[in-house]
Design a protein around this ligand. Structure first.
Ligand SMILES: Cc1cc2nc3c(=O)[nH]c(=O)nc-3n(C[C@H](O)[C@H](O)[C@H](O)COP(=O)(O)OP(=O)(O)OC[C@H]3O[C@@H](n4cnc5c(N)ncnc54)[C@H](O)[C@@H]3O)c2cc1C
Length: 398
């Protein structure tokens, strides 16, 4: 065996990078070390089709399981990389020391925990892995009372799945609107409306004072005196990058692993990609760590190219999508540290939110800093075209 390129992860960034390495003609030794007991898979189905029982787990695999053997990739699942030595170009995993010529760290992110919930003794679900989703899907039964703490993407997608499964759903959000920090108050309010129209009890601006485990189920005490008893509690309060492995190896980290636009870490030969990578973004002009599907794919490709001595740059604008009930959207851009000062909404403003077709433009002055379409499936090219440009109302409506 020659000294391999080693990819550490088990998510979409790793799955994309390994495929890309082979498709770009790399025929040397290649090892993938995936901490979970599954081949690399993507996570969006875990809160959508798979959670709803409509899609098999295999559909989430980045490459079918047989691909690895067919492409002579040494795939080690259920194995954690314990340490990396960038100077010696070695790592330790599963009790074995391994040399590498190039290394990709795509260790992803893990849910932030809520001590109040964890300490309550009540059954609490976090949703990150296939196994988490398998466990939760069994709980989304008709009539089950599902309490969701956090009105972010995960919380709202779980609310959608639970409602569709016939459960009674309550969403508890600390801020004044769901998704407030991402989408702002106007669009956040539309998401609250979407879920309320579906019968979900969306409570915003709430503070949770206590969580107790009673014989009837977890009981949540809200500031102001209200209590809620549910059968299952789901917590979706954000994720934190998994950067300990890099930090312990002396690689620079700060809200993830610090990389340049070519995804190079502070250690020669070591790259980072996906949710864990805090990139010096060449177009936006500031650092950015993106926790979205498309970034994991783009990064996987850039990292593979550069591991092979190429010169690819991670310069794409952030993109994400969500599906909730029959509503689907795609978003491009990033308002950055300066934010936006107003939004322009073009398209339908009446009728149930689920069925509306509209676009949203986040503006700083006359500059479009981000754009999104909702149910307007031919619009994404136009959204991409306008983001980053100056545009007047007529252009936005065009
Ligand atoms: C439920 C859910 C739904 C989502 N839906 C959407 C969506 O609709 N749209 C969207 O744009 N994005 C969505 N995302 C986000 C998207 O899935 C992530 O951005 C993407 O998974 C990031 O991929 P990654 O490869 O960087 O990391 P991950 O997918 O987190 O994979 C990292 C892997 O590394 C492994 N690992 C960590 N440390 C080690 C170690 N020391 N040794 C070995 N292995 C290790 C972990 O176990 C994990 O399997 C969703 C995420 C979740 C959880």
């Amino acid at each position: 065996m020659s000294t391999p390129i080693v990819l550490v992860g088990g998510g979409l960034a790793t799955g994309t990078a390994v495929r890309e390495l082979r498709s770009q003609g790399y025929d040397g030794d290649l090892v993938v070390i995936a901490g979970e007991s599954h081949p690399p898979y993507e996570r969006p189905p875990l809160s959508k089709g798979y959670l709803l029982g409509k899609e098999p787990a295999e559909k989430a695999l980045v490459n079918v399981e047989s691909w690895y053997a067919e492409h002579d990739v040494d795939l080690r699942t259920g194995v954690t990389v314990e340490s990396v030595d960038p100077d010696a170009r070695t790592l330790r995993a599963g009790g074995e020391d391994l040399e590498w010529t190039g290394l990709l760290l795509a260790t992803g992110a893990m849910p932030r925990h809520l001590a109040l919930a964890d300490d309550s003794g009540a059954p609490v679900h976090y949703l990150r892995t296939l196994d988490d989703s398998t466990e939760l899907t069994a709980r989304l039964e008709p009539g089950a009372r599902i309490g969701i703490i956090g009105g972010g993407w995960i919380g709202l997608e779980v609310a959608s799945a639970a409602q569709q499964a016939g459960s009674e759903v309550v969403v508890l959000e600390a801020l004044e609107q769901p998704l407030l920090n991402v989408l702002g108050p106007e669009v956040g309010a539309l998401f609250a409306q979407l879920h309320r129209e579906k019968g979900v009890d969306v409570r915003t601006g709430v503070r949770i004072d206590s969580i107790d485990s009673s014989s009837d189920g977890p009981t949540i005490g809200l500031a102001g005196g209200d209590t809620l008893t549910v059968d299952r509690l789901v917590v979706g309060v954000g994720v934190a990058p998994v950067a300990d492995l890099a930090a312990d190896a002396g690689i620079a980290v700060d809200n993830g692993i610090l990389v340049d636009a070519r995804l190079r870490t502070s250690a020669p030969g070591v790259y980072a990609a996906g949710d864990v990578a805090n990139v010096d973004h060449p177009v936006l002009g500031h650092r950015l760590r993106v926790e979205h599907w498309d970034t994991a794919i783009k990064h996987g490709t850039v990292a593979a190219t550069n591991l092979l001595g190429g010169d690819a740059v991670a310069d794409h604008l952030p993109y994400f999508f969500t599906d909730q009930y029959a509503l689907g959207l795609e978003y491009v851009g990033h308002p950055g540290p300066d934010g936006f000062d107003h939004v322009v909404i073009t398209g339908d403003t009446e009728g149930p939110v689920e069925g509306r077709v509209f676009r949203v433009w986040w503006m700083r002055g006359d500059r479009v800093v981000a754009g999104m379409h909702v149910n307007d499936w031919d619009a994404i090219d136009r959204v991409r075209e306008l983001v980053g440009t100056q545009a007047d109302e007529a252009a936005l409506r065009g």
